[in-house]
Design a protein. Structure first.
Length: 406
């Protein structure tokens, strides 16, 4: 689906955003003169997050399971981090489990729904991240669950009517796994409605919220989601740490066996510095949301406007002008000899973008998400994704470069 902006709106957006996007109050984070517009793949660690983590990489090195003072210090720090994350997400501390990232969280949620909650059918979508799709395929290949893919609307959103039909027709226990925001297009799921539908038909609902936790306020006490995945490195926290929220209404068993960490749910010595960093990054993101989100949105709109004005041949994948996360813009360029080399040439110009998810960066033509929405990959897709460290000047430079490269 191609999102187009009427011309009269373009000039308005352009004027509004030129003013808004010009005000970068956040220190630019350009490294080696590179322009980094791949923030959906990962983000730069916030220096304040590093500062909070440092003691746990140096002086506070106790094993949280040790009963002596060093151990007790780190145990207390982990439990405080859990309380803070829970309060921000509207959950109880007992519903928050620290993991090694979004992939582990989603694997745990999906596998345990099938194994422990007897879900024999999984409803998901073809636009999910591979952390979900490959887990679901694995269970299907082992004959442990049937899989159904909810129909997509032309703009890439889940067809809620079809989701309801699939739920109504399901004869066995069902798991619904749908992401909150798509990492390639930015399309946002109406998580409240999806949750209501799942509740109505007695299905377990898991949502991959890796692109929204830290970028979008969530109140899990009011959302009918049973399990939710998050990842620290998508919001200026460290890599290799994530959260799995598991509602107290359901009980799942551990995926990793060994010690009794994470209340017997996830064995293995905790990534203490990572956990502290996750909580600090989420606290900062929450404190600064009202200031940062309009700024980042203005950068996205500025790029959309400039691209639409300068290159009428481009399209925006998904629902870029509608229910879409402000950090991501997926652009379709017509395939020509020059655009086929676009990612490579942008990289040569020190502009870091991607063709889709991190695992497909660099390889063009392979996005399963764009293929699922458009039916083919007949365009060259470039995903631009923004953070508080980007500036309007960077966006202008990228547009100029694109002019030279196209
Ligand atoms: N889900 C989505 C939507 C993502 O964007 C990513 C990261 O690319 C993941 C899951 C995987 O998260 P992690 O890198 O923390 O394993």
């Amino acid at each position: 689906m191609v999102s187009t902006i009427p011309f009269f709106m373009l000039s308005f957006l352009y004027k509004f955003n030129s003013a808004e996007a010009g005000k970068n109050e956040f220190k630019s984070y350009t490294v080696m003169n590179r322009i980094y517009l791949d923030n959906a793949a990962t983000t730069a660690l916030d220096p304040l997050v590093l500062e909070a983590m440092m003691p746990f990489l140096t002086t506070h090195y106790g094993n949280p399971s040790s009963v002596h003072g060093y151990g007790r210090d780190t145990r207390i720090a982990i439990e405080n981090a859990r309380k803070s994350v829970a309060a921000i997400l509207g959950a109880k501390p007992s519903e928050i489990f620290f993991t090694a990232g979004g992939t582990e969280s989603s694997n745990t949620a999906i596998i345990s729904a099938v194994r422990d909650l007897r879900c024999k059918r999984i409803i998901t979508s073809l636009t999910e991240h591979h952390a979900t799709l490959h887990t679901v395929e694995y269970l299907h290949e082992r004959g442990e669950a049937e899989v159904q893919y909810a129909r997509l609307l032309p703009d890439g959103h889940i067809d809620m009517t079809n989701l309801e039909t699939l739920l109504r027709e399901s004869k066995s226990e069902c798991l619904v796994s749908l992401m909150h925001a798509n990492n390639e297009t930015g399309n946002m799921l109406d998580i409240e409605t999806a949750g209501e539908l799942c509740k109505l038909y007695g299905a377990i609902f898991h949502s991959d919220a890796v692109q929204t936790v830290g970028h979008f306020p969530l109140n899990l006490s009011k959302t009918k989601v049973d399990m939710l995945s998050a990842s620290g490195h998508k919001f200026h926290g460290p890599k290799g740490v994530g959260v799995l929220y598991v509602s107290e209404q359901i009980k799942i068993k551990p995926l990793i066996h060994g010690g009794s960490q994470e209340r017997n749910m996830r064995a293995g010595t905790e990534n203490v510095a990572g956990i502290i960093g996750f909580a600090k990054a989420l606290e900062l993101a929450t404190e600064n949301y009202d200031k940062e989100s309009p700024y980042i949105r203005s950068l996205k709109l500025h790029l959309m406007t400039r691209l639409a004005l300068q290159f009428p041949c481009v399209c925006f994948n998904g629902d870029a002008c509608g229910s879409s996360l402000y950090t991501v813009l997926s652009v379709g360029f017509p395939k020509t000899e020059k655009t086929e080399m676009l990612l490579f040439n942008l990289d040569m110009s020190n502009i870091c973008v991607s063709s889709g998810s991190a695992c497909t960066s660099g390889a063009n033509g392979g996005s399963h998400v764009i293929k699922a929405i458009r039916g083919n990959n007949d365009r060259v897709t470039v995903r631009f994704s923004f953070s508080k460290y980007n500036t309007k000047e960077e966006i202008d430079y990228v547009v100029e470069k694109l002019g030279e490269l196209m």
